[in-house]
Design a protein around this ligand. Structure first.
Ligand code: ARG
Ligand code: ZN
Length: 873
């Protein structure tokens, strides 16, 4: 049964203070809860008290000290109802739970012998009976009792206020969190952990202790997370004026975790993959990911915790805003253009696909069956794009004033997206009512642009037409307010021309607003024929079509003043060539490489450029997944063949240039995850990629030498990937064996070893997946292992997952069926590639639907049920 946004009502009762006592035992943890409850002022008197609770064994219940009789309450599968309660009262309950049996990793569970929690969104109801909804905010006081030897460390939110010894080798710590919070921000950790400590002085001069808690063997992997945390704290003070509000900030690394990390108040819990780094175990990309996630969770302290969501339909209120904040942070401390390129290429591949599939939903959905299915690219990344558009619409200063207004006015409250956008409207004086449609309308808007230069009148006419395709449940779409940043690049001068619209001069880089289905913009005093540079910086999350000639694109690649659009022009040019080759492959015609692409790449290599990371991006072809997104019907084999052909053609013609680029960017400097070094490594490794695409002898030697040199994980992993993906088993096997033996003890490195093998384009990849699922380092119970092996295969090895014999689909469905029982959240996520069946040929469609139907025949968790039903609807 779905939950609807339109059914929202405040709760009949609310908790103002919550006292918890945990007596930890793996199979029988006792949780005592004393809730200070009162009738909600907006609700009528006399309503029953309804508490959420799942998989709890109730041991006792009392109101104001009086134990309840059997007939005074009722237990259901999803909660507890007390028929009559006073206006204000204390409710005492005691329940028993079994953390050891908890494989769903929601609520309280054990990970490597360590107790930890994940309560967002609705995990707290698996810990105790409660009003498990974000608009109930209480102060918490938590006592944790554990075994002094097995659990020397006992953590919860806020500040420790008391600790002591207990009989039979037990001990306790009491924590107090003075900031009212919804229970989804509750956290508890207990185990044999070690800490790394540092401190931070806030802008008002308060001293905050910073602690990162890990298993002993990981103590040497915390430096980067700690440094990132301090950078994030400074950035949020300088950029948003937001200061930290407790004396202690803790991060804990756990091995078994469904997502990246969680922003529990004062006690962030991280997937170990999202916090641990060491030059020998983590790649540059992992270092940057850790920095971004540490910042993201820290930023939630304001955008999420101090001001939270009224209900889960508002999830993007905190997630979209916080992703936008972490993206800006990463852009500020790294290469900003590269950060934007990376984010957009990921977005256009994965979010566009979500928007085009059966699970498409608005940034603010209006109903759901299982909220954990809505921690999606749409809520997070499209939500961030919409906040970015707001920032650009109102300008940074008004945006900052709006953000101050929002944090000030709603501090300590649970609010809605209207409250946020309302602050931006108030601070800027702009009418944002049409803009609000971005939150309720699903699907990716398509813009068809047509331009014409009128020599005689020195005018440029730009016509824009917008259309958002129908999505499930939304057949009709209204026009959106789309801000389009653009320039006109003069073909003679190679410069941005001044823009004049309706007599107003807008400078040479301007934003025009498309608000209707179709609009024509007439630029006057355009002194030479231009090529339009549209949607600069990806100023709106739309699909923009314009009939550029290949000459136009090569020109923009070289001359556009906007770095992002220079990169995008390169991608478009490569796409045009790829389209031809895909068609040639399908028609059995001989493939011919477009010399204009080769020349554009040669020009890039000759020009060089000072941002090596940008150059590396420009030399990288669109991924198979992105190419697939651009095709009306996905032909995985043709796409793979076409992309390989382009890569090899470029490599053959520009072999010496790539070799020179590789040599020029080698370095023995001590590893540092700094933007400049990272850029240089990417560039060198892109060059090696091309050389290996043609199995160049010198390239092979270089890859082997880079693997053996063992300088840092970025280089080792890249070399190992190239050797493993080559057609020569004599290159792959010894390297894989050496790496696997060396890192057998480190699960996060073994994840990389799994991923590298299952992305092999060779036809034995699927057999490898099955074989590796029996490897001692693999476990279906660990989400990181599942993602590294099965998720990576299904999402990144397109030719083998989509094998025409259906074996790839069958393998995925087998895993989903097993995980449906163990971990429904991960199971539901894993189905994604099967939900995209409409995009493929009839044979594959039937095979994919067949597997979805096989899943549907099982006894399903709500998570898997919701996804499968939508996929087959
Ligand atoms: N709020 C967390 C974050 O984005 C994610 C928690 C997701 N929880 C879940 N059960 N899916 O930082
Ligand atoms: Zn978040």
């Amino acid at each position: 049964k779905p939950t609807y946004l339109s059914d929202y009502r405040p709760p009949a009762y609310r908790a103002t203070h919550t006292e918890l006592t945990f007596d930890l035992k793996p199979d029988a943890t006792r949780v005592k809860a004393r809730l200070h409850l009162e009738r909600h002022p907006e609700r009528e008197a006399g309503a029953a008290l309804e508490l959420d609770g799942e998989q709890l064994v109730l041991k006792s219940i009392a109101i104001d000290g009086q134990p309840l009789e059997q007939d005074e309450y009722a237990l259901t599968a999803t909660g507890l109802i007390v028929h009559r309660v006073p206006e204000r009262f204390l409710l005492d309950t005691e329940v028993e739970i079994a953390p050891q049996e908890n494989t769903a990793l929601e609520g309280l569970y054990l990970s490597n012998g360590m107790y930890c929690t994940q309560c967002e969104a609705e995990g707290f109801r698996r810990i105790t009976y409660y009003l498990d909804r974000p608009d109930v905010m209480a102060t918490f006081s938590t006592t944790v009792i554990g075994d002094a030897t097995r659990e020397p460390v006992l953590l919860s939110n806020g500040n420790p206020v008391e600790r002591g010894e207990l009989p039979s080798g037990r001990h306790f710590v009491t924590w107090e969190d003075p900031h009212p919070k919804p229970c989804y921000l509750f956290a508890l950790v207990a185990g044999d952990l070690q800490k790394v400590e540092d401190s931070f002085t806030t802008m008002s001069g308060r001293e905050v202790a910073l602690q990162i808690w890990v298993e002993e063997e990981n103590l040497d992997k915390t430096d980067h997370a700690m440094a990132s945390l301090k950078r994030a704290m400074t950035w949020d003070e300088e950029t948003y004026g937001r200061e930290y509000d407790l004396d202690l900030f803790m991060i804990v690394a756990v091995n078994d975790f469904n997502m990246g990390a969680m922003e529990n108040k004062g006690l962030n819990i991280f997937n170990s993959a999202a916090v641990l780094t060491h030059p020998h175990t983590a790649t540059d990309a992992a270092f940057q990911r850790v920095e971004g996630i540490v910042a993201h969770e820290y930023f939630h302290n304001w955008s999420g915790n101090r001001v939270t969501c009224r209900d889960w339909f508002q999830l993007s209120l905190k997630e979209g805003f916080t992703v936008f904040r972490d993206q800006c942070f990463s852009a500020d401390v790294n290469s900003a253009p590269v950060k934007r390129i990376e984010d957009v290429s990921f977005f256009r591949t994965a979010q566009f696909a979500e928007d085009a599939g059966p699970t498409a939903h608005p940034i603010r959905p209006d109903h759901y069956i299982e909220i954990t299915n809505f921690y999606t690219l749409t809520i997070y990344e499209k939500g961030a794009e919409v906040v970015r558009m707001l920032r650009n619409l109102v300008g940074w200063e008004a945006f900052r004033r709006g953000s101050d207004l929002y944090f000030g006015r709603f501090d300590g409250q649970a609010v809605t997206i209207e409250d946020f956008v309302g602050c931006m409207a108030e601070a800027s004086g702009l009418d944002l009512s049409q803009f609000m449609r971005w939150y309720s309308q699903a699907g990716t808007p398509e813009i068809d642009a047509h331009g014409e230069y009128d020599y005689a009148n020195a005018e440029y006419h730009l016509t824009l037409r917008q259309r958002t395709p129908a999505t499930p449940g939304q057949p009709e779409k209204k026009p959106l307010h789309i801000p389009l940043r653009m320039g006109l690049v003069g073909t003679k001068s190679g410069r941005d021309l001044p823009l004049t619209l309706n007599g107003d001069s807008l400078g040479s880089d301007a934003v025009i607003h498309l608000c209707e289905d179709e609009q024509t913009f007439i630029f006057t005093d355009v002194s030479e024929a231009p090529v339009p540079s549209l949607l600069r910086g990806f100023s709106a999350p739309v699909q923009l079509r314009f009939h550029y000639s290949r000459e136009d694109l090569a020109f923009l690649m070289a001359s556009d003043s906007d770095g992002f659009n220079r990169w995008d022009a390169g991608q478009r040019l490569a796409m045009l060539a790829l389209d031809d080759l895909i068609a040639a492959h399908r028609n059995g015609v001989e493939k011919v490489m477009d010399p204009r692409v080769v020349e554009a790449f040669r020009a890039l290599l000759e020009r060089g450029g000072d941002d090596k990371a940008v150059l590396a991006e420009m030399l990288t072809l669109p991924s198979e997944a992105y190419i697939a997104e651009q095709q009306p019907l996905v032909d995985v084999d043709a796409i793979h063949a076409a992309r390989t052909f382009v890569k090899q053609s470029l490599a053959v013609t520009l072999r010496d240039e790539f070799m020179a680029l590789f040599e020029a960017n080698r370095s023995d400097a001590p590893y540092a995850p700094e933007p400049e070094q990272i850029g240089q490594r990417s560039l060198k490794n892109v060059a090696l990629n091309y050389l290996m695409a043609i199995e160049d002898e010198q390239g092979i030697e270089s890859a082997q030498a880079q693997f053996r040199a063992d300088h840092n994980m970025t280089d080792v992993r890249h070399a190992l990937t190239l050797l493993t993906h080559s057609s020569r088993t004599d290159l792959a096997d010894p390297a894989l064996r050496a790496f696997g033996e060396k890192w057998a003890h480190d699960p996060l490195v073994m994840d990389q070893w799994f991923s590298i093998q299952v992305t092999r384009p060779q036809s034995d990849a699927l057999d490898r997946v099955r074989y590796l699922m029996d490897h001692p380092a693999f476990s279906l119970k660990n989400p990181n292992r599942v993602r590294a092996l099965v998720g990576t295969f299904a999402n990144q090895n397109r030719v083998n997952f989509h094998r025409i014999d259906g074996e790839g689909y069958r393998l995925l469905a087998d895993v989903v069926i097993e995980l449906n029982r163990l971990n429904p959240e991960i199971a539901a996520r894993l189905i994604t590639p099967l939900t995209r069946w409409q995009r493929f040929d009839e044979t594959r469609q039937d095979l994919m639907k067949g597997e979805l139907e096989r899943i549907r025949a099982e006894e399903l968790s709500p998570n898997v049920y919701e996804v499968v039903e939508k996929a087959l609807a």
